[in-house]
Design a protein around this ligand. Structure first.
Ligand SMILES: Cc1ncc(C[n+]2csc(CCOP(=O)(O)OP(=O)(O)O)c2C)c(N)n1
Length: 191
């Protein structure tokens, strides 16, 4: 099935289940190139268990995690990644640690596992960061082609609609807020 603007086959799974579905596809057809693509509500909330176990099993897939710190598609509810003080429809006075806990940092958490071979967080806020993101994606894809195992690339993104600001303003907001809580970098790299 050719889908959207990628010349690729696509399987849409229930939210949260992408790493489990990707596991099944890759194990049945190991010659296929398999990557999963999830948002932060999807991966860090609904599918926390699936991503933890796929990473822990060291599945030979590439997991792409787009973190815009909010549930976008369903209208701006708080996600596990929502920043302290950040407003959401379900935290209208901003996230409070004593009420909702702290932002969950998936790269840092997954880095504690033995199996993953590559874990990186990249920004989509500047051309230089986008170039780094491209390099990280290439690395994650190359690892799979070389049968090295599980790679995870988190891409820090904006959400003008649900953050309630212009696209331009979101870039500045990301740099002053999001990237301070979610520092960019390579968290794990096995050769
Ligand atoms: C198992 C399941 N629970 C809830 C939903 C409803 N739902 C659809 S989109 C969505 C939010 C996804 O947010 P996120 O993953 O952060 O992606 P974004 O829209 O921000 O890109 C939810 C909860 C669903 N589709 N499946």
């Amino acid at each position: 099935m050719g889908v959207f603007h990628f010349d690729t086959d696509l399987v849409v799974s229930l939210h949260g289940r992408a790493p489990a579905v990707a596991t099944g596809i890759k194990r049945c057809a190991p010659e296929r190139f398999v990557y999963s693509y999830q948002g932060d509500g999807d991966l860090a909330a609904i599918g926390l268990s699936e991503i933890m176990h796929a990473a822990n099993r060291g599945e030979n897939i590439t997991s792409i995690f787009v973190n815009n710190s909010i549930y976008g598609m369903t209208g701006g509810q708080m996600a596990p990644t929502t920043l302290i003080g950040q407003r959401a429809t379900t935290a209208q006075d901003g996230r409070k640690p004593e009420r909702e806990g702290y932002p969950m940092k998936m790269c840092e958490i997954l880095s504690q596992l033995e199996a993953p071979v590559f874990i990186a967080r990249c920004g989509l806020d500047t051309p230089a960061h986008i170039k780094e993101a491209k390099r990280a994606l290439r690395k994650g894809f190359q690892n799979q082609l070389e049968n090295k195992g599980f790679s995870f690339i988190e891409l820090m993104s904006n959400c003008p609609t649900n953050w309630g600001m212009s696209a331009e303003k979101t870039i500045q907001w990301m740099q002053e807020n999001t990237l301070k809580t979610f520092p960019l970098g390579v968290f794990k790299e096995k050769e």
